[in-house]
Design a protein around this ligand. Structure first.
Ligand SMILES: Nc1ncnc2c1ncn2[C@@H]1O[C@H](COP(=O)(O)OP(=O)(O)OP(=O)(O)O)[C@@H](O)[C@H]1O
Ligand SMILES: [Mg+2]
Length: 236
């Protein structure tokens, strides 16, 4: 079967021992699209992203650009153009900003200087601080560095796990504005968020994950207007 999706997930299951965290979900992300996945703590959002990025084993079928992904090596998935910006960010505290960015380019060292200047263009704050140790950055700057590092591999698809977590409202708006810029530069995004309002406003399409299953999907606007979402996730 072929489709025009950048990422296609078919009957994805993730289990940890006897616990089934993701129960056979199917969805797709089209090239150039922003898709948001929202849901409560423990719904299986991070497990879904980790499975797609090759960081945990899965059952079901994952296709990137119509190619079925059979590898269990995350770096091979990065080479196929898909990177995960993990929950908690996963940057190297004892390395500088620029050293962290250099590590992001390890699967694709061609055009390093051009990629670096693109990332510094998106995140001028990282450029100003390029020699600063990553561990001394603020939460928002660390999120920018994690996103910049994923972009250094020239990914066409970026998975973001709670990019706004722990940030003050002003920085949350800044991060969401940068996500829009990254998307407008041609990168396809799958964004997992607890901040349902911001995520649904940003996304072209979205889905709600509950106890490992997709229980609602539609356009971002449709989900924003859905009474169930409004009462459970938007507080009105
Ligand atoms: N490494 C693991 N070992 C065992 N169980 C796990 C592991 N990782 C996640 N789980 C369980 O799988 C379920 C889904 O977790 P997951 O982290 O995917 O949820 P989430 O939707 O990202 O939640 P949150 O919003 O809190 O980040 C939870 O019940 C969690 O306890
Ligand atoms: Mg999570």
């Amino acid at each position: 079967m072929t489709s025009s999706a950048a990422l296609e997930v078919d009957q994805l299951e993730v289990c940890y021992g006897g616990i089934q965290a993701v129960r056979g979900i199917s969805f797709s992300v089209n090239p150039g699209e922003i898709v948001a996945m929202i849901g409560a703590n423990g719904a299986g959002k991070s497990s879904t992203l980790r499975a797609i990025a090759g960081a945990v084993p899965h059952a079901g079928v994952i296709r990137i650009d119509n190619q079925v992904i059979r590898t269990t090596h995350p770096e091979e998935i990065v080479r196929k153009g898909l990177s995960l910006v993990p929950e908690g960010r996963g940057i190297f505290a004892n390395l500088s900003i620029e050293e962290n960015l250099r590590l992001g380019a390890w699967t694709n060292r061609s055009n390093y200087d051009m990629n670096l200047s693109k990332v510094f263009g998106l995140f001028p704050r990282l450029k100003e601080r390029r020699n600063q140790m990553a561990g001394t950055l603020s939460g928002g700057e660390q999120q920018m560095l994690a996103m910049g590092r994923a972009l250094m591999s020239r990914s066409e698809i970026l998975l973001l796990d709670e990019p706004s977590m722990g940030l003050a409202p002003k920085l949350v708006r800044e991060i969401f504005a940068i996500l829009r810029d990254i998307n407008q530069a041609g990168v396809t995004l799958l964004v997992v968020e607890q901040n349902a309002v911001m995520a649904l406003r940003l996304a072209h399409r979205a889905c709600l994950l509950e106890l490992g299953a997709i229980t609602l999907s539609g356009t971002g606007t449709e989900l924003l207007e859905n009474p169930k979402i409004r009462s459970a996730y938007l507080g009105h």
